[in-house]
Ligand binder design. Structure first.
Ligand code: KIV
Length: 279
């Protein structure tokens, strides 16, 4: 191990997280700890704290670039930030977002996902999905590219859906989301991510799934929790999502705040009922 981010504290002796390892955590009922990161310094802290999954989210458009949405994020931005993060990781599983319009058809999805894996070092791509994109997931899966399907609130569609709001709160939306999850898993998705979904519905989708389900604002009945790193450090501007919790309290260092988040997820003290949504 070499390079400025390979600190003596790094967990080089712990085996790298793999897809089967995430599946085992689900089966064992051990919550999977996930956070976003956008650069090498923060990524190294997350890795050393034992975070299982690091996501280079297109949320970088908002928290790093200062835009009001994720729409302006490009594949080049994602490749750049994923490269920075991948340099620092020794153990965590690395997911990179496919940004807006980069997976509108199977050929562009394949080309852009290929860049994220080959150039940037991602191990999995995430796309905001519904059943209509099953062919895209199938193409990626058939080419050996692990896929995380993001359902519920899909920020890349915010103009179409009228803003950031919880999804699946009425019976028709809930039924459609269950069907979307089923179809995308059948198409080859290896992980599902549910954003701002009523806790009861998220637990139902998790029960029906055969792959790990990660939640953000989706209650405790999922297999793992993810938050935007800046939200756990109290750095995010504007309206704070109800599921965000500042862990950088009581004089903690950033590393201690990340470790406190990981512990809270693993011992199930996060999320609390107030962090979730009802139908
Ligand atoms: O872009 C992102 O950070 C995400 C998380 C909110 C899950 O998709």
């Amino acid at each position: 191990m070499s390079g400025p981010y390979a600190s003596p504290r790094s967990n080089a002796s712990s085996p790298a997280v793999t897809l089967p390892a995430l599946g085992k955590l689900r089966q064992a009922g051990q919550p999977i700890v996930c956070l976003t990161a956008y650069d090498a310094s923060f990524a190294a802290i997350l890795d050393e704290a034992g975070v299982d999954v690091v996501l280079v989210g297109d949320s970088l458009g908002m928290v790093v670039q200062g835009h009001a949405s994720t729409i302006p994020v490009t594949v080049d931005h994602m490749v750049y930030h994923t490269t920075l993060v991948s340099r620092a990781l020794r153990r965590a599983w690395l997911i990179a977002d496919l940004p807006f319009l980069s997976y509108a058809d199977p050929a562009s999805a394949l080309a852009n996902a290929g860049r994220l894996l080959q150039e940037a070092g991602a191990k999995m791509v995430k796309l905001e999905g519904h059943a209509g994109q099953a062919a895209i997931v199938e193409t990626l899966a058939a080419n050996g590219i692990p896929v995380c399907a993001h359902l519920g609130l899909r920020p890349q569609s915010e103009y179409k859906i009228g803003g950031f709001r919880a999804a699946g709160r009425n019976p028709a939306e809930a039924e459609k989301m269950c069907e979307d999850a089923r179809r995308l898993e059948e198409a080859g998705a290896d992980l599902l991510l549910l954003e701002c979904v009523p806790s009861r519905l998220a637990a139902e989708i998790t029960k029906a799934a055969h792959v790990p389900v990660i939640g953000i604002g989706a209650g405790p009945g999922v297999d793992g929790q993810i938050l935007v790193l800046y939200d756990i450090l109290g750095l995010s501007r504007g309206v704070r999502p109800r599921f965000a919790q500042d862990f950088l309290t009581g004089g903690r260092s950033i590393a201690e705040a990340v470790a406190a988040f990981a512990e809270a997820v693993r011992n199930r003290t996060y999320p609390e009922p107030r962090h979730g949504f009802e139908s």
